[in-house]
Design a protein around this ligand. Sequence first.
Ligand code: ZN
Length: 282
Amino acid sequence: MKLVRYGNPGKEKPGLIDADGQLRDLSGVMGDITPDQLGDKALARLRRLKVDQLARVRSTPRLGCPVASVGKFVAIGLNYADHAAEAGVPIPKEPVVFMKATSCIQGPDDPVMLPRGSVKGDWEVELGVVVGARARYVSQKDALEFVAGYCVVNDVSEREFQLERGPQWDKGKGCDTFGPIGPWLVTRDEVPNPQKLSMWLDLNGERRQSGNTRTMIFSVAKLVSYVSQFMTLLPGDVITTGTPPGVGMGSKPQRFLQKGDVMALGIEGLGEQRQRVVPFRR
Ligand code: ZN
């Protein structure tokens, strides 16, 4: 299933995308796509619905983040060897873990706003993993059973804030609008192997990133297991799993986001995002 949330920010309704790509309203079935709707039982219940009896939404509304109330937005750094190389740092021995502030989360096509004083805004197409069940010290073998599904994430970053303003990364990762998620939450039954998904990002129509999750250093299963050794993962948490090469910081010459730029990005089977870059506004 492809689950979505549609409508104005803060007022999104739940929906799903049917086999013909049409948006169907789920308001009669649930209040919202909240963390408690992401467990295997709740998803199985949704799967039994007769989709053609759900009202079609005939307009093309804005989409929000497909999960309401994300509790934690965990991110993995340098998870592609070729991206570590362009960043000029060694391949990590263990996953690099940092947090993106949940206040940065927004819909897949909402504008990205450069923060005040930003000169090094950058893009990162990533596979997002949505947690479906409480995960604590889970093994790598069992880890994918704790996943509700997958989505596209743009791990928008401000490199000066991230790398030149002190030793940890969070300052350059959690600015408002730096967390576009969606368009869909694709349930894990539709993604039998998360380690062979092609992914791409275009800036103003020019291909900047192209990669495949097969070149991740640490697999999705490894990452879910690994993170669960350090914190309890709860339904609705999102883990974004690192980016392939082609970010602005790694380009020669370097290229950072400017107002009016358009980022378009996608992952095989998980849909596409598109964001226009806008200047800082209070
Ligand atoms: Zn990233």
